[in-house]
Design a protein around this ligand. Structure first.
Ligand SMILES: [Zn+2]
Ligand SMILES: [Zn+2]
Ligand SMILES: [Zn+2]
Ligand SMILES: [Zn+2]
Ligand SMILES: [Zn+2]
Length: 594
């Protein structure tokens, strides 16, 4: 099983209730996405003749529309993509824009954007490969060990400030085949902007050195209290302390620095045993409330959210027993459930609290919060929330929940029984998820015979793969359902020849692996017991031994059995070579039509 995917956290605030305009496609988004993708369909503005430059509708509305150059920008409604970035909202670009306006110098600012658009976006700790060809900047006097930033960060943040000369192009540059990560973080960005106003390179270099030495946040597992420094908000909240790393990343050098204090050092050991602490920022709703508070520079917002979060049950990946639960006001029958922590840390700070109502459930029941990172649709819900925040309109979240809440995830080519609903005809079927997200609104959807049927013998989905979806779209464009049906029938016959046999071979390999592991484990245990007996005997005493010439002679029967298990385990081949070839061939045949 793959680990839960951490959600992308909404980072854009919504306007207050009085300033929300009706969400039409032409309304600007509520705040600039900066160096993050935008998950909403929205207007983006480009400049003809400056390829690669785009600005979001928020920046256009706030800084450009009222200037004499507004007509030089061309707006177009764009579907979300992961690569589009707003190029306007950086300290450097905004500075150049106002200077150019003052001097009436369009040529210089458009030349800057043309050049900036050619520089690769910062990828932070994920790094950039050498073949991207980005320029790197290192401290001119080599006074911060291991520190370097990418060209995008240099252009956007450092260039044009009093500290620009403190960083120079890396020489030698990035060697071929190496991946370099950019050391600029939100914390160092805050420190840099502050230090640049006083030309204080020492303050920046001290912060950069300190940040590089921080240990990783111990997370929800906790750590011995004496192993870290801890911080808490003012006034203190019962149960909330944060580790020094999270304090630096989220609080230090920010607007709320003075609202937090260090927690006095803890004794390592108390009457109750080792004292351990869990960092409050390992609780996701607190992190999200902190983002919103940072956007709005609103410390009381964070404090109020934290107060509720730390007095309600933890939104655990395994679910919460009892607890306080909320459902959507517009669809109280929908299986979308929100715990008290997520309500206080996510929905209330972003202004969507009134879209939910509290729902009583029978005592003793355990439920998983739908915004928890282990919930099946959490990633989509966070994207919809992000979209709702950008547009200042919660409807898209509600519409998504109405269509997908409680819908089981697509089983792909695995046969599933139970409560799944199926759509299609006798030759092919789509699961409920694929029906909702892909088939339902296409022209041929009306030609399907089965809609929402339950199949007691089980079925698998035919419409999840890019290939089948492309064939379906072709059929929709030509109105030719027969050609799609023929392709689906061919796929089904290849399925029957490949997938069941492949799954059988893999199941056998898994069984052999389990058997091998059991034998190895028992062998280690038995030989350990044998060694204890052997070591406790007086030296040179003549005693009975057990075993044979093949497994050797041992002090105890357990030792002999352990040696036999060891031999047997080593004789098991988990995946015989020829089977591997067969699986690969079957898989290749299946992939061709999947
Ligand atoms: Zn913007
Ligand atoms: Zn960077
Ligand atoms: Zn932490
Ligand atoms: Zn929750
Ligand atoms: Zn499906």
């Amino acid at each position: 099983m793959s680990p839960p995917v951490p959600p992308r956290i909404p980072r854009r605030p919504v306007p207050t209730a009085t300033s929300i305009s009706p969400s039409t496609s032409a309304s600007p988004i509520t705040i600039c996405p900066e160096n993050d993708p935008l998950y909403a369909t929205a207007f983006w503005y480009s400049i003809p003749g400056v390829p690669g430059f785009e600005t979001c509708s928020h920046c256009y509305a706030s800084h450009i529309r009222q200037t004499r150059w507004a007509d030089r920008f061309h707006g177009e409604l764009q579907a979300p993509t992961l690569t589009r970035r707003c190029r306007f909202n950086t300290p450097r670009a905004r500075q150049l824009w106002s200077e150019a306006l003052r001097r009436d110098d369009w040529a210089s600012v458009s030349a800057y954007w043309a050049r900036r658009a050619q520089i690769a976006d910062c990828q932070g700790a994920r790094g950039l490969a050498a073949d991207v060809g980005t320029q790197w900047f290192h401290p001119t006097h080599r006074d911060i060990d291991g520190f370097g930033i990418c060209a995008a960060c240099y252009e956007d943040l450092v260039c044009g400030t009093s500290l620009a000369g403190r960083l120079t192009p890396a020489n030698p540059g990035q060697p071929a085949g190496e991946l370099w990560s950019c050391k600029m973080t939100p914390y160092l960005r805050r420190v840099l902007l502050r230090a640049a106003t006083h030309n204080d390179w020492v303050a920046f270099s001290v912060a950069a050195l300190q940040a590089a030495r921080l240990p990783a946040c111990p997370g929800s597992a906790g750590v011995a209290a004496s192993k870290r420094s801890w911080f808490q908000p003012v006034p203190a909240i019962d149960g909330l302390v944060v580790c020094e790393t999270c304090y630096i990343n989220n609080v230090a050098a920010s607007f709320m620095e003075t609202n937090w204090v260090a927690v006095p050092a803890a004794p390592a050991f108390t009457a109750a045993g080792w004292q351990t602490r869990v960092c409050g920022f390992s609780v996701l709703p607190l992190k999200i409330a902190c983002l919103k508070a940072t956007q709005d520079q609103d410390y009381p917002l964070l404090w109020r959210a934290a107060k509720t979060i730390f007095s309600t049950p933890y939104c655990a990946p395994a679910g919460i027993e009892n607890g306080t639960w909320h459902r959507l006001r517009c669809g109280q029958d929908l299986e979308f459930e929100l715990c008290a922590q997520c309500m206080a840390g996510i929905m209330v700070p972003f202004g969507f609290g009134d879209r939910f109502v509290q729902i009583p459930f029978p005592a003793g029941t355990k439920r998983l919060c739908d915004m928890n990172t282990s919930a099946p649709r959490q990633r989509d819900y966070y994207r919809k929330l992000d979209e709702a925040v950008s547009l200042g309109d919660f409807t898209c979240f509600e519409t998504y929940a109405r269509r997908f809440a409680g819908v089981p995830p697509c089983p792909t080519y695995n046969i599933v029984k139970g409560c799944h609903r199926w759509y299609g005809n006798d030759e092919f079927l789509a699961c409920q998820q694929c029906w909702e997200e892909f088939v339902r609104d296409t022209p041929l959807a009306n030609n399907l015979v089965h809609k929402g049927v339950v199949l007691p013998d089980g079925a698998c989905c035919d419409l999840y793969s890019p290939r089948m979806r492309q064939l379906w779209m072709q059929a929709c464009n030509t109105g030719d359902l027969a050609s799609f049906t023929a392709a689906a029938q061919h796929r089904t016959s290849v399925y029957a020849q490949t997938v069941p046999h492949m799954q059988e071979l893999l199941a056998m390999a898994r069984m052999r692996l389990a058997q091998k592991q059991t034998l190895l484990f028992s062998s280690v245990m038995l030989q350990g017991a044998n060694n204890i007996v052997e070591a406790s005997r007086a030296p040179r005493t003549q005693t009975t031994t057990y075993g044979n010439s093949q497994v050797g002679y041992h002090a105890t029967p357990a030792g002999a059995q352990g040696a036999r298990d060891w031999h047997q385990a080593n004789n098991i081949t988990v995946v015989p070579g020829n089977e591997m070839v067969v699986v690969a061939q079957l898989e290749a045949m299946w992939k061709e039509v999947e």
